[in-house]
Design a protein around this ligand. Structure first.
Ligand SMILES: CC(C)(COP(=O)(O)OP(=O)(O)OC[C@H]1O[C@@H](n2cnc3c(N)ncnc32)[C@H](O)[C@@H]1OP(=O)(O)O)[C@@H](O)C(=O)NCCC(=O)NCCS
Length: 232
């Protein structure tokens, strides 16, 4: 199982299986229709389904639950009136709250093998193939991330992504990390750009079978050399 990664405000930790508080928190944020469809999956419809997704999809190597350290803005312990809340005890009726208990999962960030939508697009274009063809194998990875809507635009995913890229390059020894987002989801591109990921190419009508939709997508990349230069 992956190691926990600490940042200034966050702890990125492995997902906990068969844990009802963990599943309830995932459901609270992943049932929002503004989350999953931007990542290519359907909104969660039940806590039981969220529990199953943790076991079958999320609890794997290099997939982290995004949680708050106690005392940060998104954490209930920064608010003295709510300071005694235990992890996982926030009720579902607090779905619109911008507070979460420390340690409670409010999002996810993952490194996965580079997907066919990237590999296929690069191989289909000789210019892309000559530029990126050597950056698609086991030495490269692809990102995925999301965070609950109450926590958007506070720099949390940028902070999580910087730490995840450091892990990919400095701990796992990867040579490149890819990321992609719908053209109509520029905030995701902005997160990647802030972390030094540069535009590589745009695809037309990429198919997302789990939601039965097609989207034009922008793909970005950062290599280990670029990462080391940008953090030197
Ligand atoms: C995309 C997402 C992960 C961003 O997370 P976040 O924690 O809010 O990101 P950050 O706060 O670190 O950065 C967001 C940046 O986007 C900018 N932004 C917000 N809305 C924007 C918009 N409509 N157009 C352009 N930029 C936008 C913010 O101003 C900020 O940039 P800045 O720091 O230069 O001001 C989050 O919105 C999310 O989970 N969305 C739903 C799921 C999703 O889209 N996942 C990614 C799939 S590729």
């Amino acid at each position: 199982m992956s190691e926990t990664i600490g940042t200034e405000r966050l702890l990125l930790r492995p997902w906990r299986v068969d844990d009802s508080a963990e599943a309830a928190s995932l459901f609270r944020y992943a049932s929002d229709p503004e989350i999953g469809p931007h990542c290519g999956w359907r909104p969660h419809t039940s806590v039981t389904g969220s529990m199953r997704d943790i076991r079958d999809i999320l609890a794997v190597e290099n997939n982290w639950a995004i949680t708050f350290r106690s005392g940060v803005v998104g954490s209930e312990q920064s608010d003295s009136a709510a300071g005694d809340a235990a992890p996982g005890t926030t009720s579902l009726s607090n779905a619109a709250s911008d507070k979460a208990a420390p340690g409670e999962p409010v999002g996810s960030i993952a490194l996965k093998p580079v997907g066919e939508h990237i590999v296929g697009a690069v191989h289909a274009d000789p210019e892309l193939a000559s530029r990126y063809g050597s950056l698609l194998g086991d030495d490269a990875m692809e990102l995925g991330y999301w965070i609950g809507r109450p926590f958007w635009n506070r720099g949390y995913v940028t902070e999580a992504l910087r730490a995840t890229l450091a892990h990919a390059f400095d701990t796992l020894g990867k040579t490149a990390v890819w990321g992609g987002h719908y053209v109509e989801n520029p905030q995701s591109g902005r997160v990647m750009a802030k972390c030094g990921m540069t535009f590589a190419f745009r695809t037309k009508g990429t198919c997302f079978p789990l939601i039965d939709e097609r989207h034009d997508c922008d793909f970005r990349i950062i290599t280990a050399v670029q990462w080391r230069t940008s953090t030197r």
